[in-house]
Design a protein around this ligand. Structure first.
Ligand code: ME8
Length: 531
């Protein structure tokens, strides 16, 4: 239903495919949740969307981990994927359409064909290379990029671990030839790399001139064999990047491929920006394939001043946070607290404080107060708004503005923080409206005019919440569903997922007479922080 055939191309979003040398941590979940919010947002615009995630299973890093655990690499990957990676994405409500593993035949066969094609076209040649290699990055480093420890040992700037000098005869892709074409592409597509700082970094890097890329390894065998020389395996990054093509039918299902490829947005961390913004487009150019719309780099999630990583375990697992704060608050927190593209710290205290003030007090209490008042004063039947004035007009305009801003910020700019803030500003506005209108006082005026004002205030508040439920559905789907049901909107307007962003700001959608009930508490009070 989602793919091909109808001539409409899917809005295609991808996450990196993560290495399965260990279980996922907060950093991986950060990128994947961001992609999920973007996906759900575009779905709610009525677009066809394809959201891809998966795992990167070849290379030395995985091989060494499996050896250390005395299992085969394949056994190691199978176990981690099934017991750690897929369950976490399910737990976090990630609505991916596919999950690609690079050890799958649908991938490895196509990788071989792709590389063979480039070889046949003369884009690949045999040569020798010697240089510093970081196994953590699975990447040859430029000598100038290395840092030194106190003893003068050369270290990878990302992993802070010694690099190994690798000397190999292997196959090279003529990457250097693509520098000028890439520069032209960046110039013609200013939005290709986001944020601006990432774009500048890539442009400066390419401007200095590119070296050809070693695309095979012969010192170990955990990888896809080079088809014309099986003593070599294909470099894990070439293998990995191709997932974005193989997963959507490259070389196998042309209709699906045409209906999906290329990605509109590749979400990545800034550590793997060059692979996505330099090597990947060059590989596609060499093959005459279309280039992605955007590579969006998120910043580092820091804990205690350090980048969160598998080797720098901070002891906090996503599940530790979801069991305390709930899945929806988890999905919300990192996008709300950190500007996408910038580094940001996680602290338990900050999360708790924001949960209580923004989610429980501002949003949760608004929802429960409004439902309680409709129950108390109108027996749960949503009254009609017959006495609207300037105060109501301001609320209506506030909703329209929140919709427009959130759509622009989340849907277009991937500025999740600004989009969420716009929605919560509207929540604050509605709280302010209720405080000013004092419906509990108006309720004491039993004249027809008084009752009409009371009805109008409560209708205005409930209809505002209808808009909020739609707008927050991408970020906090379970909470929005609870609110949707409490407003009786499921019965009167249909499924929440079917509500369009484009209509969210048009006033008066929730029909009078709808049954409003006091539903489940959206954000329960937090328990004591676990020890
Ligand atoms: O690089 N803060 O896999 P990987 C924010 N297999 N994001 C973080 C993060 C942090 N502290 N730590 C990790 C690989 N990430 C390759 C990708 S794609 C063809 C191949 C996120 O397991 C961020 O998205 O090391 C980063 O790019 C990714 O996890 C790296 O995951």
């Amino acid at each position: 239903e989602k793919q091909g055939g109808d001539g409409v191309k899917s809005f295609y979003v991808s996450t990196p495919i993560y290495y399965v040398n260990d279980a996922p941590h907060l950093g991986h979940a950060y990128t994947t949740v961001a992609g999920d919010v973007l996906t759900r947002w575009h779905r709610q615009r009525g677009e066809k969307v394809w959201y891809l995630t998966g795992t990167d299973e070849h290379g030395q890093k995985i091989m060494r981990t499996a050896e250390a655990n005395e299992v085969t690499p394949q056994e190691w990957c199978d176990k981690l994927v099934e017991e750690a990676w897929k369950p976490l994405w399910e737990h976090l409500n990630i609505a991916n359409d596919d999950f690609i593993r690079t050890t799958e035949k649908r991938h490895t066969d196509r990788v071989q064909e792709f590389v063979q094609d480039l070889y046949d076209k003369g884009e690949i040649y045999k040569g020798g290379y010697e240089g510093p290699y970081c196994v953590g990055c699975e990447e040859y480093k430029l000598p100038g990029d290395l840092i030194e420890d106190e003893a003068g040992v050369k270290l990878c700037p990302i992993h802070k671990k010694p690099v190994e000098i690798l000397k190999e005869e292997n196959y090279f892709f003529k990457l250097s030839a693509y520098g000028p074409k890439l520069m032209e592409f960046y110039a013609n597509n200013p939005g290709f790399i986001q944020p601006e700082s990432a774009r500048n970094e890539v442009v400066n890097f390419v401007k200095q001139g590119l070296q050809d890329l070693s695309i095979s390894r012969s010192t170990f065998d955990w990888g896809v064999p080079v088809p014309w020389d099986e003593k070599h395996v294909i470099y894990v990054w070439v293998d990995a990047l191709l997932n974005y093509a193989t997963a959507v039918g490259y070389g196998a299902n042309q209709e699906k491929f045409d209906g999906t490829f290329p990605a509109n947005v590749h979400l990545v961390g800034k550590d793997i920006l060059r692979f996505h913004a330099v090597i990947w487009p060059a590989m596609l150019m060499a093959q005459g394939l279309p280039l992605p719309g955007k590579v969006a780099a998120n910043g580092w999630l820091m804990v205690g001043g350090e980048k969160m990583s598998k080797s720098n375990l901070t002891g906090i697992k996503p599940q530790d946070l979801t069991s305390h704060f709930g899945v929806d608050a988890y999905r919300w927190y990192f996008l709300r607290a950190i500007a996408f593209g910038s580094d940001g710290s996680f602290s338990w205290e900050d999360f708790s404080a924001r949960y209580t003030s923004e989610l429980a007090n501002d949003y949760g209490n608004l929802a429960s107060r409004v439902a309680a008042m409709v129950g108390k004063y109108f027996g749960g039947a949503l009254p009609e708004a017959t006495a609207s004035g300037d105060a109501e007009k301001a609320v209506q305009e506030g909703l329209a503005k929140a919709v427009a801003t959130a759509d622009e910020k989340i849907g277009e700019e991937l500025d999740f923080q600004a989009g969420i803030l716009a929605i919560f500003d509207f929540v604050k506005q509605v709280n302010g409206y209720i405080t000013e209108q004092e419906p509990w006082k108006v309720a004491k005026d039993t004249s027809p005019e008084g009752q009409a004002r009371l009805a109008t205030i409560l209708y205005t508040a409930a209809e505002s919440l209808r808009g909020v439920a739609v707008l927050l559905n991408a970020v906090m789907p379970e909470t929005s569903q609870k609110l949707w049901e409490s407003l009786g909107a499921e019965a009167s307007l249909g499924a929440l997922a079917e509500q369009r962003v484009q209509d969210a700001g048009s006033w008066g959608r929730l029909p009078a007479g709808t049954t409003v009930t006091k539903g489940a508490v959206l954000f329960p009070r937090l328990e004591e922080k676990p020890a």
